[in-house]
Each structure stands twice: as structure tokens, then as C-alpha cells.
Write a protein that binds this ligand. Structure first.
Ligand code: KE4
Length: 428
């Protein structure tokens, strides 16, 4: 594929933007080559500035569950701009959004809007510490909760991609209260509570980790975390920035039947505009300013355009039909990929939960970060570039999730499987 205009734009971008990108994972550092620049996105397609077309499985990292340029979301944004773009005072959209989340996410009685998933997770941690008056937080290696200092410890996503899961610039004193454990390991959690009696404020996790690829909680694991936090007076925090309204309209917590104490959101609830939110039991949320002593704020929190876009997205998802389609498309992709891997006798694992998926190049089933790390990343890079040259765009890192949208068709899935087979034949 010719990407001359993208190359020109990238060399210009490098003069003014670190790495030429505004978020590291876009830089293609893990897979080689340079990023393409998008001129337009429509449905399940991205179009770059050189006119190349891609079937898109990144979906702007999760928000585009209804595909790109969804007409109802776009109209909601246009209509909202008629009345201004930001008011600095409450607006009716914020109430509608809060109601939608509280009425449809099992554990959420009250919710606070913010502007990113990072803010949501950072604020949820502060709230858990304020509510319990304890300092320590348990997180799991490979899980990514945004780039707040205390959570950039053995983090996933771009931090893992670039091999700096413990970022520079974060003093050890900022992370001394962060306990990092392997995911899906009950004994490690029990040991941490035994070693820190009365000092753990909470556990934060991605209920289905999507920032080291995709792997699933073992049966009973989430129930165990719910029980052990309750037993120890600690809070269970589900980071549903990626899984919220993705794995069901009530998120992973509804899919798995678990009620966490605090939940974090982002991505889908903004309809593609900047957004974050965190919510939970009223007695916990009322510890937040201006009611309680835990401070949290944001100039653009509850922004009318982002709220209007998010409401338009959620209202299209609310009848649940989208999730049936996403499950059918996801199953078709999984079945096709698994049969290709089997017929070519390749060491590869295809993990999926609903419309989130990942292909690892390892013979080992992937159930946690250390399993994911056994994947052959040079194979992944060849797979990524082979697909890209054939017009299929998956995440440019082994340690990310792929996303299917309702705009994808079974024809797209068939094409993807056929191209994957062709590419795999050339790289094995
Ligand atoms: P943001 O601050 O990027 O809005 O959200 C941080 C975040 C928190 N929690 C989870 C589970 C997340 O997946 C994320 C962000 N996801 C990454 C993709 N894996 C965003 C992509 C990027 O960093 O450019």
C-alpha cells in the first residue's frame, strides 16, 4: 500500500509532537513502520489520507461500538452545538446520562462524570482511600487503568508495549501503596490481605483484561474477589472503561453477575468524544466534594457535546439487540480464526469475550500476563503488517484488544479470516 501522504504528515508531526503521536500506542513502535493518518471514518472502515481503506478492528480503542460516523450520534452532536459547546454550569444532558448509567449498571446508585478513563480510575482510587481511610491498593499486572502515577505499575497497554510498565518520572513513594499481583491467582490475593490486615482500601481490576491482549477471569475468580474484599472491609473497583456497555448494556458486571463497590467508565459513554465517569453505592459516592471530603473536579466534566454523543450511543444500545449481533459476529470471527490456526497447525491462541478479541502467537493458553508474554511478538508484527497491507487494521500491539462493531458485516468477517489465512501461510 502507498502511504506517501501519511509519511509526509508523520515527518511533519515528528517536529512538533513527541513521537509524532498524541498517544504512544498509535506510533506503531511495536510492529514497525509508521502510522497512517486517517482522513475519514465510516461504519467499520477507516480511510487514510492516501485513500487506502481498512476494515477497522481498533474502533478508536473501544468507543466506536456502533461503527464510525454513526448518523444518530453525529446529529446529536450537531444539534447540541446549536446551543453552545461548554457552559461551566449543569446542563440537562448530564442528568440524562447519569440516569442512564444508574438505571442500567447494577451496582451504580450515583455517578460523577469526568473527561477520561485515567481520570475516572485515578478518582475512584482516591475515593476508595477516602471512604475506607486506608492507603493500599491492589492492582493486577497487565491491567491498565490509565496513566495516573500510582497506577503506572506493571501496567498494560502502551506501558507494556514499550516495556516500561513502571514509567520514568513516578517516584517510588507514589507507588509504595500499590500492591501488584498476578491476575487469576486467588492465593496471591489472600496472601496480600493476610500481610496487610486493615490496610487495603481496595482492589482495582479490569473484569476482562483488555490491555495485555484479552484474557478472561477464571470461573469463580470475580466472585472470590467480591467475597474477600467484603470480608476485609476493602472496596472492589471494576475498571469498566473498556468493558462498560461493551460486554453487555450493564457491562462486565452484568455479564458476570458481580456487583462491585465502584465502577469506572469511559470510551463508549462518550460516543467518541472525550469522556470518563465513575460511580457506585451512594454512601461511597457522597464522600465526593461538594458533599464529602474527597476532592475531584473538572472544567469540562459533563460537557454537553460529549453527553449528547454518549446519550445517543447508549440509547441505540439500550434494547440489547446490538449485543446479540456483536456476539454472532464475534463467534464467526473466533470460529474462523480457530479453524485456520488448526488447519495450518500454528502455535496461536485466539481469545474472545463478546466483541473483544486477541490473537496470541504461543502454544500456551493465555490466562494472565505471564502467559501473554510468551507470545512471539515478531510473529505478531508480521501478522499485523500482513493484514494491514491487505486492508485489515488490528491493534498495532500484541498487548491490546481488538473490537468488533455493529457496523461490521459477516462479509467483513469472512474477508478478515481469508486474509488472515493468506498472511499466516506466508509467515509460518
Ligand atoms: P483514557 O485515559 O485513555 O481515556 O482511559 C484509560 C483506560 C483506563 N482503563 C482501561 C481498561 C483502558 O483500556 C484505558 C485506555 N485504553 C487504551 C487502550 N488499551 C487507550 C488507548 C491509548 O492509550 O491510546
Amino acid at each position: 500500500m502507498i502511504r506517501k501522504k501519511s509519511e509526509q504528515l508523520f515527518s511533519e508531526a515528528l517536529k512538533y509532537i513527541p513521537g509524532g503521536v498524541n498517544s504512544p500506542v498509535r506510533a506503531f513502535r511495536a510492529v514497525g513502520g509508521n502510522p497512517f493518518f486517517v482522513s475519514r471514518a465510516e461504519g467499520a472502515r477507516l480511510f487514510d489520507v492516501d485513500g487506502n481503506e481498512y476494515i477497522d478492528y481498533v474502533g478508536t480503542w473501544g468507543p466506536a461500538i456502533l461503527g464510525h460516523s454513526n448518523p444518530i450520534i453525529k446529529k446529536a452532536i450537531y444539534d447540541a452545538t446549536e446551543n453552545g459547546t461548554s457552559f461551566g454550569m449543569p446542563n440537562p444532558f448530564e442528568v440524562r446520562m447519569a440516569k442512564l448509567i444508574c438505571e442500567n449498571v447494577p451496582s451504580v446508585e450515583k455517578v460523577r462524570m469526568c473527561n477520561s478513563g485515567t481520570e475516572a480510575c485515578m478518582s475512584a482510587i482516591r475515593l476508595a482511600r477516602g471512604f475506607t481511610k486506608r492507603e493500599k491498593i491492589i492492582k493486577f499486572d497487565g491491567c491498565y487503568h490509565g496513566h495516573a502515577d500510582s497506577l503506572l505499575v506493571k501496567a498494560g497497554s502502551g506501558a507494556l508495549t514499550f516495556g516500561n510498565p513502571d514509567s520514568a518520572g513516578v517516584p517510588s513513594s507514589f507507588t509504595e501503596h500499590t500492591i501488584v499481583l498476578p491476575f487469576n491467582d486467588k492465593d496471591a490475593v489472600s496472601a496480600a490481605f493476610n500481610a496487610n490486615p486493615g490496610r487495603i482500601a481496595g482492589i482495582i481490576l479490569e473484569p476482562v483484561p483488555g490491555n495485555a491482549g484479552v484474557y478472561l477471569p477464571e470461573p469463580g475468580y470475580l466472585e472470590f474477589l467480591r467475597m474477600i474484599t467484603q470480608e476485609n472491609g476493602a472496596l472492589l473497583i471494576f475498571d469498566e472503561v473498556m468493558t462498560g456497555f461493551r460486554l453487555s448494556f450493564g457491562g462486565a458486571q452484568q455479564r458476570f453477575g458481580i456487583k462491585p463497590d465502584i465502577s469506572c467508565f469511559g470510551k463508549i459513554i462518550g460516543g467518541g468524544l472525550p469522556v470518563g465517569a465513575f460511580g457506585g453505592r451512594a454512601e461511597i459516592m457522597d464522600c465526593l466534594a461538594p458533599v464529602g471530603p474527597v476532592y475531584q473536579a473538572g472544567t469540562l466534566s459533563g460537557n454537553p457535546l460529549a453527553m449528547a454523543a454518549g446519550i445517543a450511543a447508549l440509547e441505540q444500545l439500550q434494547n440489547g439487540k446490538a449485543y446479540d449481533r456483536l456476539e454472532e459476529l464475534g463467534k464467526a470471527l473466533e470460529d474462523g480464526m480457530k479453524s485456520v490456526v488448526k488447519s495450518l497447525k500454528i502455535d496461536a491462541q485466539f481469545n474472545r469475550c463478546g466483541s473483544m478479541f486477541c490473537c496470541y502467537f504461543t502454544s500456551k493458553p493465555v490466562k494472565n500476563l505471564s502467559d501473554a508474554m510468551t507470545s512471539d511478538r515478531s510473529q505478531f508484527a508480521k501478522f499485523f503488517n500482513g493484514l494491514l497491507d491487505e486492508g485489515i487494521f488490528i491493534a498495532p500491539s500484541q498487548f491490546e484488544s481488538g473490537f468488533i462493531s455493529t457496523a461490521h458485516t459477516f462479509k467483513d468477517i469472512e474477508k478478515t479470516i481469508a486474509v488472515a489465512e493468506k498472511v499466516l501461510k506466508t509467515i509460518i
